[in-house]
Design a protein. Structure first.
Length: 566
C-alpha cells in the first residue's frame, strides 16, 4: 500500500471517537421515515448502533480486510453500516442503488463480498436476482419487506437489540484499504477503485481549506448516491471532519419539502438539477419579468430572498456543481440571485478532489485552480489532463494491467479528460480523450461542450452528440416527461419541433463549421439504467447509443430535416 502523510487524528475512526467523546448528545443525522415523520440521531446513538453492528460482524466471522457490501439509497443507517464495517476491520464495497441484477452479481462476485447490507431501495424486485445464493445479508431499517429478501436475512433492529456494543477504540492505519468504490461503468465492466483511510482523510483536509464556511454548524442534504465519490467525500468524510448536521432526502416526490426541512448551508448538485431549479423559477416568473425586478434597487433583494427561500436555499453559503460543466449563463443567473456556484472537478480515482473555482470568484467555462497539494499537467501530445497528489487511488482491485494503464510511467493519474489552461491557470475541460470522433471530412469533434449547450433547452433530459465518419455530426435527444406529454397533440408536436429547430440554430451559430449539427433526433422512450443507456450517475453511455442507433445515421442525415422523431 502507498503511504499517505496524514495526521492520524484526522482518520475516519479517530474522528468518530472524537465526536462520540466531545459531542455525544449533538443531533447529527435526521432521517425521514415517511408521511412527514423524521427521526434524529445523536453521535452517541450513531456510535452505539455502529458498535453493536460491528460486534455482530465480527461474530459472523468478518476478519480484517474482508469485503462487506452495501446497497441502499442514502439513509442514516447507510453511514452507520459503513462505520460498523470499518470498526469491525472490514473493507466496505458500496453499490449504486439503481444497478441491474447482472451488475450487482458482477460486483459482489468480483469483490469477494462476505456479507451484504440491504437498505432502502425502489427497484428491489429487479435487483434481488443479482445476490448470490447463500450470501449472508442484513436488512437495514426501510429495507424491502422481509418476504422479498434472501432467505436467512437478518434484521438490523433485532441485531441491535441482542448484541452488546464493540468495546474500546480500535484504529485502522492510514495506509489500510478502507473501501472499494466501483465506477459507474460508462465503458463496460465497473472497475473497483481502491482507497485507503489516508487518501480520503488527505483529500477532505485539502478540500475543506477551500471551504471555510463548512463547520460543525453546517447543514447538508444528502440525496446523491453515497456510493458516488462526490457524496462519499463531501457528506460522509466531510461529516467526520466537521461534525455537521446531515439531513437525508426521502424521495424525488418530496425533494422540495426535504430541502425546506434541511435549509442547507452547503449544497452540492449536478448541473441538470441546477437547470431544473432555474426552469421551475422561470415557469412561475418569466425571465424578462425577473430581469426587470432585479434591476430595481428597492425590490432586487426582496426578489432574490423570495426565490432562494422558495428553493430552500436561502441559508446556503456554499453552493457547488460538478460531474459536468456548468453553462456560463446558468452560473450568471444564480450569481445574480446572490448564490454564486463553485464548479468542482474530480473523479473516483482521486477522491473527487482535483480542481475547483474559488468561492465568490467565478470563472465560467473553467473548473478553476487545483487544490493545495494537487499537481496538474497537460499531456503535450493528446491534451489529456494528468494529476498527482496524495489522494490518488491505490489502484483497481484485482486489475493490475488496468491500474498500470491508469498511470503514466512517472506516477501521474491519467484522467481521460482533455483540457486547456487560461491565462490565470484555470483549467477548462474540453471533452474526453476517447470521446473525440472524426467526421468524414477528417475533422475531430469534441461532443461534450456541444451537449452542454443542447441540454439547456427545457424539453431535453439527456443527449448524445455522435456521428463518426459522417459529413457533419448529429445529436440524439431524449425528451423529458413534460415534453413527451406536450408532443401528444399535433399542435404540441409542431410547437416543440419549431422550438428545437430554433435551439439547434442558436447552438450551431456558436460552433465551428465542422462541429455544426446536421439534425436533432428526438427519443420519447426514456433512457435508463435498466435498458443500458444511462449509468447510475446519470451519464449517457455513448457506446450504447451508437450500438442502437448508428445504423440509422445515414438515413437521418439524408432526410434533410433539422428535427426528426425516432
Amino acid at each position: 500500500m502507498r503511504h499517505v502523510p496524514v495526521d492520524p487524528s484526522k482518520l475516519a475512526l479517530q474522528r468518530l471517537y472524537h465526536w462520540e467523546q466531545t459531542a455525544p448528545d449533538r443531533v447529527v443525522l435526521t432521517q425521514p421515515m415517511g408521511g412527514g415523520v423524521t427521526t434524529d440521531h445523536t453521535w452517541a446513538q450513531v456510535m452505539d448502533q455502529s458498535r453493536r453492528i460491528a460486534a455482530h460482524l465480527q461474530a459472523q466471522g468478518i476478519r480484517p480486510g474482508d469485503k462487506v457490501a452495501l446497497i441502499s439509497k442514502n439513509t442514516a443507517w447507510w453511514l452507520m453500516a459503513d462505520f460498523a464495517i470499518w470498526l469491525a476491520g472490514g473493507v466496505s464495497v458500496p453499490l449504486y442503488p439503481t444497478l441491474a441484477a447482472e451488475t450487482i452479481r458482477q460486483i459482489l462476485t468480483h469483490s469477494e463480498a462476505r456479507l451484504l447490507f440491504i437498505g432502502k431501495l425502489d427497484g428491489w424486485s429487479g435487483m434481488k436476482a443479482g445476490v448470490p445464493a447463500g450470501l449472508h445479508c442484513i436488512a437495514m431499517p426501510l429495507a424491502p419487506p422481509k418476504a422479498e429478501l434472501p432467505p436467512g436475512t437478518e434484521q438490523w433492529d433485532n441485531i441491535i437489540a441482542r448484541t452488546q456494543p464493540l468495546a474500546g477504540h480500535p484504529v485502522r492505519d492510514g495506509d489500510e484499504l478502507s473501501t472499494i468504490m466501483y465506477t459507474s461503468g460508462t465503458t463496460g465492466m465497473p472497475k473497483g477503485v481502491m482507497h485507503s483511510f489516508g487518501t480520503f482523510a488527505w483529500s477532505v483536509d485539502v478540500g475543506l481549506k477551500r471551504l471555510p464556511d463548512i463547520s460543525q454548524n453546517s447543514r447538508m442534504l444528502s440525496y446523491l448516491p453515497l456510493s458516488h465519490v462526490a457524496e462519499r467525500t463531501l457528506v460522509e468524510h466531510g461529516l467526520l471532519a466537521t461534525g455537521m448536521h446531515i439531513f437525508f432526502a426521502e424521495s424525488l416526490d418530496t425533494f422540495a419539502q426535504d430541502l425546506q426541512r434541511a435549509r442547507p448551508t452547503a449544497f452540492f448538485s449536478v448541473p441538470r438539477l441546477w437547470v431544473k431549479f432555474q426552469q421551475g423559477v422561470s415557469a412561475k416568473m418569466p425571465p424578462a419579468k425577473l430581469n426587470r425586478l432585479l434591476k430595481i434597487p428597492i425590490l432586487n433583494n426582496i426578489v432574490r430572498k423570495k426565490i432562494l427561500s422558495a428553493l430552500g436555499l436561502d441559508q446556503c453559503t456554499f453552493a457547488a456543481g460538478g460531474a459536468a460543466p456548468m453553462p456560463p449563463e446558468l452560473l450568471n443567473w444564480y450569481a445574480r440571485l446572490g448564490l454564486p456556484i463553485v464548479e468542482v472537478y474530480g473523479m473516483t480515482e482521486n477522491c473527487g478532489v482535483s480542481h475547483a473555482t474559488l468561492p465568490g470568484v467565478q470563472r465560467p467555462g473553467t473548473v478553476g485552480q487545483p487544490y493545495e497539494g494537487v499537481e496538474t499537467r497537460l499531456d503535450p501530445a493528446s491534451g489529456e489532463i494528468q494529476v498527482k497528489c496524495h489522494g490518488l487511488m491505490l489502484g483497481y482491485y484485482k486489475e493490475p494491467e488496468l491500474t498500470r494503464d491508469a498511470f503514466t510511467a512517472d506516477g501521474w493519474l491519467r484522467t481521460g479528460d482533455k483540457g486547456s489552461l487560461d491565462v490565470e491557470g484555470n483549467l477548462k475541460i474540453t471533452g474526453r480523450v476517447k470521446d473525440l470522433f472524426k467526421t468524414s471530412k477528417g475533422k475531430y469533434v469534441a461532443p461534450a461542450p456541444i451537449e452542454d449547450r443542447l441540454v439547456m433547452h427545457t424539453s431535453v433530459e439527456a443527449c448524445c452528440v455522435t456521428g463518426a465518419n459522417l459529413g457533419q455530426p448529429l445529436a440524439v435527444l431524449m425528451l423529458n416527461a413534460d415534453a413527451v406529454t406536450a408532443a401528444g397533440s399535433a399542435a404540441g408536436r409542431a410547437e416543440l419541433e419549431a422550438s428545437l429547430a430554433e435551439h439547434l440554430k442558436k447552438v450551431n451559430d456558436a460552433l465551428d463549421p465542422h462541429e455544426q449539427l446536421e439534425c436533432l433526433v428526438l427519443v420519447t422512450d426514456p433512457w435508463s439504467v435498466d435498458n443500458g443507456f444511462i449509468t447510475p450517475t446519470f451519464k449517457v453511455k455513448r457506446n450504447r447509443v451508437e450500438e442502437v442507433y448508428a445504423a440509422s445515421y445515414e438515413r437521418w442525415v439524408g432526410a434533410r430535416k433539422p428535427v426528426l422523431w425516432l
